[in-house]
Design a protein around this ligand. Sequence first.
Ligand SMILES: CC(C)(COP(=O)(O)OP(=O)(O)OC[C@H]1O[C@@H](n2cnc3c(N)ncnc32)[C@H](O)[C@@H]1OP(=O)(O)O)[C@@H](O)C(=O)NCCC(=O)NCCS
Length: 146
Amino acid sequence: MKFRRVKPNDIWDILEISNDFIVRKFSINRRNITREEHKKWFGNIDKTLFFVIEVENKVVGQVRFSRKGGNIFEVSISIHPKYRSKGLGKLILLKGLKQLFLRYPKARILARVFINNQASINLFKKFNFRSIGFDKGMYIFLYRRN
Ligand SMILES: CC(C)(COP(=O)(O)OP(=O)(O)OC[C@H]1O[C@@H](n2cnc3c(N)ncnc32)[C@H](O)[C@@H]1OP(=O)(O)O)[C@@H](O)C(=O)NCCC(=O)NCCS
């Protein structure tokens, strides 16, 4: 198992995770993503705070922090369906947060989670993300380091 920054070659492994049924179900845009759309998105996205977990040379999880202005970042996380509930979500979030705070010690992290996405709610609560609101069927969680 290896945690590392995303690389250009990871493009299709990332699409496979993103197009998983559960990932789409809990995303704002629920439609399947085409290869063309993904290519464009992946080519343009800021990869500074985009990390993956690799198992046997395959990318099986991703975490990304997108800057919303100032010290506010929004987190996006997903694990390949075959690799869920094995602790990889916790691991990639822990390591990702460490990298984020190394670069931005004052970072605050937002997570928007659909109210029926119990695995994610549990995950963020476990990391002491606090619920600060509710919008369009989603909880808004905020994390700040003490
Ligand atoms: C949310 C997600 C990233 C968690 O990753 P994971 O590798 O399955 O999670 P882990 O095995 O590390 O478990 C972390 C915690 O999540 C919770 N959890 C994981 N699977 C769960 C499940 N099936 N039901 C309820 N809670 C669950 C638990 O609290 C768990 O901690 P614990 O094992 O100490 O009790 C993964 O389920 C996923 O990719 N979901 C689809 C994408 C998604 O919803 N992303 C978040 C959008 S905001």
